[in-house]
Design a protein around this ligand. Structure first.
Ligand code: SF4
Length: 215
């Protein structure tokens, strides 16, 4: 099977199994951005608590976070771990959003994806996975998000080598998968769900997994 055929098969099997997962769990594009920063090195459950706290206080807005006292922001997002560093990162990305579009994310959607990605990567604390998550889930840009789960599943199905870089995995998928935002959104969600339910780092549950027949 060619890599393109295998990737298509993986997508089809997972979609058949899980259905439409409707990611990302957020009410606004800016909330996606906040979630993408807070989820670094922690579980989503911890992120949800921090986001709920910010929402309750009406602070889930770039202008509010950009101008907030860092110590206060740190306290509010404490549940997400590494909270002092993440507070600084949230302020950086909020300032970026304010500077680039005055807080109106819809203005960024028509911008060139590659240039926007470059600018995002220049923001302190934004790496390739965070930048691509923001592009795809907050700005509807057609990019393939690579995370540790994607790398694990692709490696275990002989699509990439164990130490493949972010760019290697992304360019393989880019050449094989449609550049359709909805499908890219769904594919990332499907891979995350598969890894969480079946493809653990240790002792994967291959016998129960929808991808068990893919060699
Ligand atoms: S659990 Fe097994 S079959 Fe499922 S994705 Fe992981 S390696 Fe593949």
């Amino acid at each position: 099977m060619t890599p393109a055929a295998k990737i298509k098969k993986i997508y089809d099997l997972l979609e058949e199994y899980f259905g439409d997962l409707g990611w990302w769990p957020a009410e606004t594009g800016f909330e996606v951005i906040v979630g993408a920063i807070l989820t670094q090195n922690t579980s989503w459950a911890n992120v949800e608590k921090a986001i709920a706290g910010l929402r309750k206080k009406g602070l889930l807005r770039p202008a509010k976070i950009a101008g907030m006292d860092t110590a206060r922001l740190s306290r509010l997002i404490r549940s997400s771990g590494y909270y002092r560093m993440k507070a600084r990162r949230l302020k950086e990305i909020s300032r970026f959003v304010m500077a680039e579009c005055g807080g109106k994310l819809s203005r960024l959607k028509s911008r060139d994806t590659a240039k926007l990605r470059e600018k995002l990567l220049a923001v302190k604390g934004v790496g390739p996975e965070t930048a691509d998550s923001i592009l795809l889930y907050a700005l509807d840009k057609p990019v393939f998000v690579v995370d540790a789960y994607t790398k694990r599943i692709f490696f275990r199905h002989a699509l990439t080598c164990e130490n493949a870089s972010y760019e290697e995995v992304q360019s393989l998928a880019r050449g094989c998968f449609p550049t359709d935002t909805k499908a890219l959104n769904q594919f990332h969600a499907l891979l995350v769900e598969t890894a969480k339910r079946f493809c653990a780092k240790k002792a994967p549950l291959c016998d129960e997994c929808p991808l068990r027949g893919i060699k």
